[in-house]
Design a protein around this ligand. Structure first.
Ligand SMILES: [Zn+2]
Length: 423
């Protein structure tokens, strides 16, 4: 008889994910190397996001990292830059994701001086028309991804059954007029015009979108209060006329627009996804704000009981508080995106505790949170390893029967997402 851990692992690896959070651009944009998102077009591109942030933590200089991701440095020479830091980073989760990706995708077991030409060759052979679908569906075993394109309010997807575009609220809340999809023929003179534009975006994109996404936690606390339009009309006018507002006035305006957009999303039946916890970018994180995220989220849940809030990244490192939040508020959901490559042991610990603490229809277990599609192969593999291990431990510790564990896999990997976001 097969051992139960093998049965669990087999089931988890055979089951398709619905991936609830990525930053992938459309395939044609990737193939066209649209800058600044695609700074180079060689194997080092796979390291451009989370591994790149870890390289900065490891002490790489600005000029070295510039060269690593430059179009003007030969792919072969890039190993010389990476090699000094590789031993320090290869065992971090972002290093493990990279190593797993090149093993599964390119058949390369371990990067070294000898196989850089082969790595580059395999990169080029893989990166061609149709590779998104092949990587997402066949290699990462993902049915479809929800995509957040943070620099536009919303866009139509090039492959609408593979990449679903979330509506991005950051710019609507922060009133970003330029480079934020404000059509050229639209003139914004006052707050009513801004409301009308937001209404128009929801009318146009609300049907195709699965959710809205808010990333404002990178810029402030999440203590959004309800503020009437009449209280912020003048502040808005000063803002668009490039006059200065004080920080309290800016907060009031954002608070008003946050709730305007969140109420609009709720009226359209769209869940509200929010960044919480750890910041990806280095040397800037305000840990006081991050620490306040769970209690600020509780206040949001209280203020809008009809809104489904989906909180991202376990609010790492404050994940016990997020268990408590999901345990108390019916409209608080948790999305584990990014957590498997942030701290996979915390993610496994969280998942085990969640299953024993909170009704399990309130969790989504995977999103790569990546802009480079190749990395989904390694990241989804690492996530499946973590999920299988969480179940195996729960069974061996006698918290779950094998049958109960096997029954839960489909729910956690795609059925919960189907239920809240639609198929
Ligand atoms: Zn993200």
């Amino acid at each position: 008889m097969e051992k139960f851990n093998d049965l669990i692992e087999q089931k988890v690896f055979e089951t398709q994910f619905i991936d609830t959070h990525e930053h992938l651009m459309d395939e044609s944009e990737r193939l066209d190397c649209v800058e600044p998102f695609i700074p180079c077009d060689d194997w080092a591109l796979l390291l451009n996001l989370y591994f790149g942030f870890d390289l900065i933590l490891g002490g790489i200089s600005k000029s070295e990292i510039g060269r690593l991701f430059s179009k003007n440095v030969s792919p072969i020479d890039k190993w010389v830059i990476l090699k000094e830091y590789w031993p320090y980073l290869k065992n971090t989760a972002s290093g493990i994701v990279f190593r797993t990706t090149i093993r599964i995708l390119y058949g390369i077991d371990e990067i070294s001086e000898d196989n850089i030409p082969e790595l580059q060759n395999r990169y080029e052979q893989t990166r061609k028309k149709g590779f998104y679908k092949q990587i997402i569906r066949e290699l990462a075993n993902i049915r479809h991804c929800h995509v957040h394109s943070p620099n536009v309010a919303c866009k139509k997807s090039e492959s609408p059954d593979l990449l679903y575009q979330d509506i991005a609220l950051n710019g609507m809340i922060q009133v970003t007029l330029n480079s934020y999809s404000v059509p050229e023929n639209v003139k914004i003179n006052n707050l009513t015009d801004w409301h009308t534009l937001i209404d128009g975006w929801f009318a146009e994109y609300g049907h195709a979108a699965k959710a809205v996404k808010i990333g404002n936690a990178y810029f402030r606390r999440l203590d959004f209060e309800r503020v009437e339009a009449s209280e912020v009309e003048e502040i808005f006018s000063r803002k668009i006329n490039l006059q200065t507002n004080g920080p309290e006035e800016d907060k009031k305006l954002q608070d008003h627009l946050f709730w305007y957009c969140v109420d609009k999303a709720t009226a359209h039946g769209l869940p509200v996804k929010m960044h919480t916890g750890q910041w990806a970018m280095n040397n800037a994180m305000n840990m006081h704000w991050v620490k306040e995220n769970p209690s600020d989220c509780a206040s949001l849940c209280r203020q809008a009981p009809d809104t489904k809030f989906v909180f991202f990244h376990l609010c790492y490192p404050h994940y016990e508080e997020m268990l408590s939040l999901a345990k108390n508020y019916a409209n608080a959901y948790i999305d584990m995106c990014w957590s498997w490559s942030l701290n996979p042991l915390a993610a496994k610990d969280f998942l085990k505790k969640f299953i024993l603490t909170v009704p399990n229809n309130k969790i989504f277990t995977f999103g790569g949170d990546d802009k480079i599609v190749e990395n989904l192969v390694g990241h989804a593999h690492v996530a499946r390893q973590g999920i299988a291990l969480a179940f195996t431990e729960l069974v061996s510790e006698n918290w779950l029967t094998l049958g109960d564990a096997m029954d839960l896999v489909d729910h956690l990997m795609y059925k919960n997402a189907e239920k809240i976001y639609g198929k």
